[in-house]
Design a protein around this ligand. Structure first.
Ligand code: 3PG
Length: 395
């Protein structure tokens, strides 16, 4: 693996794969610019070293053709603001016009290519598409950790055709914290997992059974753990088809000496929209016509007790339906507790990340990953395609 700092960027065109896939509301306003902010240091470094960064990214999931609502226009504006320099937004990511635009720029300027997913070739990892992207530059830098689990052309295809390839600064930081948190953790290592579905986290749990000392479960996925053991969960969401797997997993965690913590009480209500009807009940007493929408106060205390001695805490997924005020306390309590923890705190992106930023407590965490699916894939122990393409070995 080549170190970014060792590359001579002077006078070179540098294709930077960033993940600028940020949430944008109906008015075209970016609601969380964290990923754009995190991609700035690498672009700045290339500029400072005399290179011409040609930034490329996907945004959303357009079906392989241009769609105005997935244009990178709002992202270009935000990037200009953060870099304090003008950016040339190319009308496409490949083609003669783009080649012309790139040729007309010199070192010190920044080009942003239009959404990679406006071409089918990106997701299909089409060789010709990758060659065309690669032909725009001398050097390829991959800083898109959040897309590192995708075998797309801009991730695994392009570096086959560029002369020099390296991971960006953000990619380096993500790897450094993953190492500290899950490969060489200070113990006890406690993993907090939440979110709606066990099915999306089952492989991560299986992999963590060998690594973690404690696993703390919240969110609707905890419902499946309890329902599988015979608890009556009323109208709560759970995945019945996974009961046998969950029972097997509970056994595996126990055999491998990993302690499992499940909710002892819940905030229940008739539905997500029924404000004012919520109340706390023990896990054994969920009424048949109500659903569990957050962990309860006793569970928050239990989890804080479980995490007290942790030297390393890795968190992924909210404790309840935190977007709705009456069901946010389990998640906000967890954020406040971890913000004051003395252990190393690493959070895996997505929903949890948004909740922390809303509370303006991001600076109290050691690291908040920009990856959602990519972070989960690392937790599962899956080799990431981007790492393979760059020759990065995790150890
Ligand atoms: C993400 O938001 O997790 C990344 O940008 C990857 O996006 P994708 O799931 O659409 O590939």
């Amino acid at each position: 693996m080549v170190d970014l700092q060792s590359i001579n960027f002077s006078g070179k065109k540098v294709l930077v794969r960033a993940d600028l896939n940020v949430p944008i509301d109906e008015d075209g306003k970016i609601t969380d610019d964290n990923r754009i902010r995190q991609s700035v240091p690498t672009i700045k470094l290339i500029l400072e070293k005399g290179g011409l960064p040609i930034v490329m990214s996907h945004l959303g999931r357009p079906g392989g053709k241009p769609e105005a609502k997935f244009s990178l226009k709002p992202v270009a504006k935000k990037l200009e603001e953060l870099l304090k320099t003008d950016i040339v937004l190319a009308p496409d990511c490949i083609g003669p016009k783009v080649t012309e635009i790139v040729k007309a720029q010199s070192a010190g300027q920044v080009v942003l290519l239009e959404n990679l997913r406006f071409h089918k070739g990106e997701k299909e990892n089409n060789e010709q598409f990758a060659r065309e992207l690669a032909s725009l530059a001398d050097v390829y830098v991959n800083d898109a950790f959040a897309a590192a689990h995708r075998s797309h052309a801009s991730i695994v295809g392009v570096p086959k055709f560029t002369k020099e390839n390296a991971p960006g600064l953000l990619m380096g930081k993500e790897i450094e914290y993953f190492r500290k948190a899950l490969l060489k953790p200070e113990r006890p290592l406690c993993v907090v997992l939440g979110g709606a579905k066990v099915s999306t986290k089952l492989n991560a749990l299986l992999n963590l059974a060998d690594k973690a000392d404690k696993v703390v479960v919240g969110g609707a996925m905890a419902n499946t753990f309890l329902a599988a053991q015979g608890f009556q969960m009323g109208r709560s969401l759970y995945e019945q088809g996974l009961f046998p797997k969950v029972i097997e997993l509970i056994g595996q965690l126990a055999r491998r000496g990993c302690q499992l913590y499940l909710p002892v009480d819940f905030i229940v209500a008739p539905s997500l929209t029924s404000v004012g009807l919520e109340r706390a009940v023990p896990a054994q007493e969920i009424p048949a016509d109500l659903m569990a929408l957050d962990i309860g106060p006793a569970t928050s205390l239990l989890y804080q007790e479980a995490l007290k001695t942790a030297q390393t805490i890795v968190w992924n997924g909210p404790m309840g339906a935190f977007e709705k005020e009456p069901f946010s306390k389990g998640t906000t309590d967890m954020i406040e507790y971890l913000a004051s923890s003395h252990g190393l705190t690493v959070v895996g992106g997505g929903d949890t990340d948004a909740a922390i930023h809303q509370m303006e407590l991001g600076h109290k965490f050691d690291y908040i990953s920009t990856g959602g699916g990519a972070f989960l894939a690392l937790m599962e122990g899956v080799p990431l395609p981007a790492f393979r393409a760059l020759g990065i070995e995790l150890q």
